[in-house]
Design a protein around this ligand. Structure first.
Ligand code: ZN
Length: 483
């Protein structure tokens, strides 16, 4: 579970605060202040927002996911040159600062998805009732993936990234299993850059003789990753073979490994001394206690894809195992061939399955069980833990002055949310992507008033459909819209 400090953080610190809240609710019940306040300023012009290097969100509810900063029932957040400059109940700013009205808006950090095979954006919903073995393995990995051209990889990654931004996911770890050639890798990277989202590119083994895995990193690192001050950072997807970890070590990269059910390979890798702090382990379903101790003791991070794991047969989501081992789980979609990429859905799944399991044990007579997850902990999984898993928690994952301004503005004065009684409950368990009013990456607006900015949607849809047709025709894979 979260440590005691984390758990205490979301309790009202001031015993009078709960009474104040009660008083304001009673005032509302007396008809004094029941309606959402009127906007204090005119709706912000998106063109002005795009140009602005300095803006302030006024009077918002702010869930910072930073225990040192705390949360705010009503505060202002100042953004300057892409970074969070200040958060406080009432900030005074110069008259030329652009003001965004945050009344009845909840600010949270942008979501971080820590395991996405983004090239599969072309294959959304392709396996409506699929399982990992045999369907996914046979149809997607063995049949369809080898037919991708570099342009198909570009189109798949681009639409995945744009979809993420639309859903409030501002960062992802892209585990590229389409690195068939240098051209494929460059197209994949270009799509990540063109999308405007923050991403970790984890090069994986491609298919065919032209794959440059892993030696291609030699020239990719100086060509694409020489700056620390950019949205794109590198990692290396590895297998259980020791040499792939040694390659990650050679290039100084985070190793990203799919592992589940069989703990023996992880134990062998540990004995070989190749694991390092920051390595990321994906799925982790049904690992034994020794494997979990290794993950904890070596500083490993974990990524869980609860929805895919439940639907497609990867195993029981290992959220409780991770918590028991002292790991800080992060969340991921894996791919969208069978279930979606939506972080709201993943937060809900984790909240529900952990609580179901614990309460079922209590119902069966167990007296000493772990605590039930809270909404606050689940929001941390989707944001700060994700940033930590991506090696980016010094930059993003919480609304902390000095960090990059990756954040979401959620609309609470909606017929499906109002009245707002608890912001954590609203953000984690009541909302969906339809409540996202604004998405910001490094201070830049990506979605405003519910619409993605600067995306030629018709062109993207047309080109993605062409690439989808291309790969499926070559793979002789028939789709049926109503099948
Ligand atoms: Zn995967």
């Amino acid at each position: 579970m979260a440590n005691k400090d984390d758990r205490a953080f979301h309790e009202p610190r001031d015993p009078d605060r709960r009474n104040l809240l009660l008083a304001s609710l009673l005032a509302g019940a007396a008809g004094l202040s029941v309606a959402p306040a009127q906007a204090a300023v005119a709706p912000t012009d998106v063109k002005k927002l795009q140009k602005s290097k300095r803006y302030i969100v006024k009077n918002a509810i702010i869930l910072t996911v930073d225990s040192a900063v705390g949360d705010f029932e009503k505060a202002d957040m100042l953004v300057e040159n892409g970074k969070i400059k200040a958060i406080a109940p009432s900030l005074s700013v110069s008259p030329e600062t652009l003001v965004i009205d945050g009344t009845n808006r909840i600010l949270i950090p942008g979501f971080v998805d820590t395991h996405s095979h983004s090239y599969q954006g072309l294959l959304r919903g392709l396996l409506p009732n699929g399982v990992v073995l045999p369907d996914y393995d046979r149809d997607i990995q063995k049949n369809i993936t080898p037919h991708y051209t570099a342009n198909d990889a570009y189109q798949g990654v681009l639409i995945t990234a744009l979809g993420f931004l639309d859903l409030g996911t501002t960062s992802m770890i892209d585990i590229s299993q389409v690195s068939h050639s240098r051209a494929h890798v460059e197209a994949n990277i270009q799509a990540l850059k063109d999308s405007g989202m923050r991403s970790v590119f984890a090069m994986s083994r491609g298919i065919g003789a032209d794959s440059q895995y892993p030696d291609g990193m030699n020239s990719l690192l100086p060509a694409y990753f020489s700056s620390q001050d950019q949205l794109l950072t590198p990692a290396l997807a590895v297998s259980v073979e020791k040499d792939t970890f040694l390659s990650a070590r050679q290039y100084g990269l985070k190793a990203v490994l799919h592992i589940r059910v069989n703990s023996a390979p992880l134990i062998a890798l540990s004995q070989a001394g190749v694991l390092r702090d920051g390595d990321l382990f994906v799925h982790c379903a049904h690992l034994n206690k020794d494997a979990w101790k290794i993950i904890h003791d070596t500083g490993g991070r974990t990524s869980h894809s609860p929805v895919v794991e439940m639907a497609m047969g990867h195993g029981y989501p290992a959220i409780q195992d991770a918590l028991d081992a002292g790991a800080r789980p992060s969340l991921s979609c894996d791919h969208a061939a069978t279930v979606g990429m939506d972080m709201f859905g993943m937060m809900r799944a984790v909240f529900d399955i952990q609580r179901l399991a614990i309460q079922q044990r209590q119902r069966n007579g167990e007296k000493e069980t772990q605590k039930l997850l809270t909404c606050r902990e689940v929001l941390q999984f989707a944001t700060l833990n994700g940033a930590r898993a991506a090696g980016l928690d010094h930059k993003i994952g919480s609304l902390t002055p000095g960090k990059d301004a990756d954040f979401l503005m959620l609309r609470a004065d909606d017929l499906s949310i109002w009245p707002l009684n608890n912001a954590y409950s609203a953000a984690v368990n009541l909302m969906s992507a339809g409540h996202i009013e604004g998405v910001f990456v490094a201070g830049k607006v990506k979605k405003w008033q519910g619409r993605l900015i600067d995306v030629d949607k018709a062109k993207v849809l047309r080109e993605v459909a062409q690439s989808r047709d291309n790969v499926l025709q070559k793979a002789k894979f028939a789709i049926g819209l109503t099948a």
